[in-house]
Structure formats: C-alpha cells, structure tokens
Design a protein around this ligand. Structure first.
Ligand code: SF4
Length: 344
C-alpha cells in the first residue's frame, strides 16, 4: 500500500505528474497549487471549484496537514516566538521579527541540529530529523493564512542548518518563489549557513536571487573549529571561495553574521581580519551581542567594547550594524531556539 504523503511535499512538477496518473487534465495542477498556496485552504473540501471526484481522489491519495501552534510568546521588544507541534510529536520554533514595515519570519529547517556550534541551544539536544517541505512551508502558511499576519521577508535561520537539509529547503524555496505558488520574490528570502560548501554550490545552481548569509562568528581557523565544528570539514578559505562564486553568479550582496563572544572573538585583530573578509566579499556585517543560553558559559562583551568593534569595521570601510539582541526574554534570540515548551 502506498504511504500517503503531504501534498505540500510535492513540487509543481511532481504534483502535475501525480494528477496525470490520476487521469486529470494538465491544468488541474495549477488549480490545486492555487488553493494550497494562494487561497490558504486547510482541507481538500475547501477546493470548492474543483469537481467532487477530484477532491475525493486527493483525499484518498494525500494528506493536507497544518502545523499546530503549541505556544505563542511575545517578547518585551515585540519579537514573537511560535512553538509548533509536528505530527510526530516533535517541536520546532519560528520567530517573527517586526521592524517598521518589515515583518521577517525566521524559519526552522530541522528538528534539532547535528552541527553542535558551541554557543547554540538548537544543537544541544542533538539532531532528530530533517523537516519536510510541507513542514517548512507550513510555518509560513499558518502565520499568513490562519493568523492573518503580513509577512514580508523570510530567513532560513531558525533551528537546524538549512543547507544540511538541502532537498527540502530547495523545494520549499522554489514553491515560495513560484508565481503559481506563494509568489515571494527571491530577494526577500535569505538562507543562512555555517558554511556547508556543497550546499552553497547547490543553491548557486538554483539560479534564483536568494540572499546568502554566512554565520562566520570567528575569523581565526583555530577558534572557528572550536566554536563551529563543521569548519573541520570545510575550512574557511574553501567557504569564502564558495561565497565569492555565489555572489558572482547571483549578483546578490551577502551578509556575514558575527556573534560577539566576550574574551573569544572580540579583539582588535579579529575586527581587522573580519573587515578584510567583508571587503573581499563586499558583504555587510551583522554584529550580534551574544545572548545567554542556559547551560552555556558564553557572554557578550560590554556594550562599549561592542561599539568599538563596530567602529573599527566602519573605519575600515565596511557596511556593518550592531544588532540589538532581540527576543532574549522569551529565548527567541540568535542561538537560543531549542524547540521546547516553556516550563511554567
Ligand atoms: S548555529 Fe545553526 S548550525 Fe550551529 S548548532 Fe545552531 S542551528 Fe545548528
């Protein structure tokens, strides 16, 4: 017996092939995509302009599940964190970051993470599994359709390493960008990576103008391999080369994320080295003061030291910002997502 899969796990082409096998005309794929991604349908019954016979076939052949919001927390700075319960009982989190007219949604791509970056809560519980495309898209759809939130930008920067789940992430991005799907401009989508070179190359071949963000966090190879174990597989020169090729191919400007960790990566030499990398990639630098994670000993340098670090970058001609660490009081800041219900 064929195991039912969620219909939102299918690309447009895969859906068209399935419908053809069911004896349906080619134009049906467009109609079904429309209901799934433009009209916010939560069940096959809602596809009211499609024949009952087709709705029955869809019901028989596929699942159409929504994520369940297990918890919604609002921080004092208006950042919101959504904890979703998946069908298998696992939890993931998404974070909504409002800033002026922008509403950026930070999406998860895995349950847990296998990369074990030293400062990050997502890797502390180990890796459970990759998210399927339907579970990635579901984070967007539930906020947009059920909660009527106006989302403008999307960053793959939540739990998990997006480029370690390339198949699902690429499929989700294609559906997000597809005019027959969610119709989101590629320039409003950002993929963040700790430096998975093969994934960067695959993303480059997509031919979309998706933004790339590198979680750099350390410029000295020795420190980087301690903070981000993945760098033992992908040394920095290789990662930077892959980034350069990505920019050349897509014409997009990239960003470098740099969590400021007191006593570790915050020296004047670090700032100078970071500036040279940023200039080479013509990248913008986002400095993020470290947010505390229970059980980990990392801390942010003092505010004055952070400002000095920023000043050094700017003096060296780098476009840089010092982000306020947001959502820390609900554990929604960078590195704090752990996919757990709050103990009250
Ligand atoms: S920073 Fe990213 S890659 Fe590293 S452990 Fe956290 S989620 Fe995984």
């Amino acid at each position: 017996m064929k195991i039912k899969q969620d219909i939102r796990d299918l690309s447009f082409e895969e859906l068209a092939a399935e419908l053809k096998d069911l004896g349906e005309p080619a134009y049906r794929a467009g109609q079904v995509f429309d209901w799934l991604y433009k009209r916010g349908a939560a069940s096959f019954d809602a596809f009211t302009d499609l024949p009952k016979s087709l709705r029955f076939k869809l019901e028989e052949g596929f699942l159409l599940k929504s994520l369940v919001v297990a918890e919604r927390l609002v921080a004092s700075d208006k950042i919101e964190k959504f904890l979703f319960r998946l069908a298998d009982g696992n939890f993931i989190e998404s974070v909504l970051i409002p800033a002026g007219k922008r509403n950026t949604l930070c999406l998860s791509t895995q349950v847990g993470c296998k990369f074990g970056c030293a400062f990050c809560a997502s890797g502390m519980g180990g890796f459970k599994r990759n998210l399927r495309p339907s579970e990635i898209l579901g984070q967007v759809l539930i906020l947009q359709d059920k909660l009527s939130l106006n989302l403008t930008n999307f960053v793959f920067m939540g739990m998990g390493e997006p480029l370690d789940n390339c198949d699902s992430v690429v499929k989700a991005i294609k559906i997000m960008n597809d005019p027959r799907g969610m119709e989101i401009a590629a320039r409003r989508i950002t993929v963040s990576t700790v430096g998975i070179v093969l994934g960067i190359e695959r993303l480059k071949k997509l031919g979309l103008q998706v933004n790339l963000s590198l979680s750099l966090h350390a410029v000295r190879e020795e420190l980087r391999s301690k903070l981000l174990p993945v760098s033992r597989k992908y040394p920095l020169p290789e990662i930077l080369r892959a980034c350069e090729e990505y920019i050349k191919e897509t014409g997009r400007m990239m960003t470098l994320e740099y969590i400021l960790l007191g006593g570790l990566n915050d020296t004047a030499e670090d700032a100078a080295h970071l500036a040279s990398i940023a200039r080479r990639l013509r990248a913008k630098v986002n400095l993020i003061p470290c947010s505390p994670v229970p059980g980990l000993d990392f801390f942010s340098p003092p505010a004055e030291a952070n400002r000095l670090f920023l000043k050094t970058l700017k003096e060296k001609g780098v476009n840089a910002t010092l982000r306020q660490s947001k959502g820390a009081d609900i554990q929604a800041a960078c590195g704090q997502l752990a996919g757990k219900l709050r103990k009250t």
